[in-house]
Design a protein. Structure first.
Length: 148
């Protein structure tokens, strides 16, 4: 089964950490929390910056939120990091046999169901803000971190 890219969960991780950290987050700090290579962090923060969700200052400047956690939805993040190729969650198999009664009709019949599933998925992501997600971190945050 093909999965949605991990860029989405990493992007949400980055945004959450940037939101609760009082100082701008450096790439090394983010990479340490995500436990990944700083190159991956730079790539994803670049996507988030391009989407207008964060500001990133080069060098040791770090990242800060550009948009309030109240206004960032998980769908915005999902789209910012292109977690599904070409805007489609589901990839249809190539070249079903058009001479077969199933192969010749499966895409047309299944496409509507796939579209409905994607719409439900996107509606759910659109209903969850970063602020709502951050509320779940409150019991785990020490005094040094804050939920805005």
């Amino acid at each position: 089964m093909k999965q949605i890219s991990s860029r989405f969960s990493i992007a949400v991780h980055i945004l959450s950490l940037v939101a609760v950290t009082p100082d701008p987050c450096t790439g090394d700090y983010l990479a340490g929390s995500v436990n990944t290579n700083p190159v991956i962090i730079r790539r994803i923060t670049g996507m988030l910056k391009k989407a207008g969700l964060i500001d990133v200052r080069p060098g040791v400047g770090g990242a800060t939120l550009r948009v309030s956690p109240d206004d960032i939805t998980l769908l915005m993040v999902f789209k910012a990091v292109q977690a599904a190729s070409e805007g489609e969650l589901f990839h249809f198999h190539d070249n079903p046999n058009p001479d077969c009664p199933i192969g010749g009709n499966i895409e047309a019949l299944l496409r509507a169901e796939m579209r409905a599933a994607q719409e439900a998925f996107e509606a759910r992501l659109a209903s969850v803000t970063l602020r709502k997600l951050l509320e779940g971190f409150k019991p785990h945050l020490g005094a040094e971190l804050r939920v805005p």
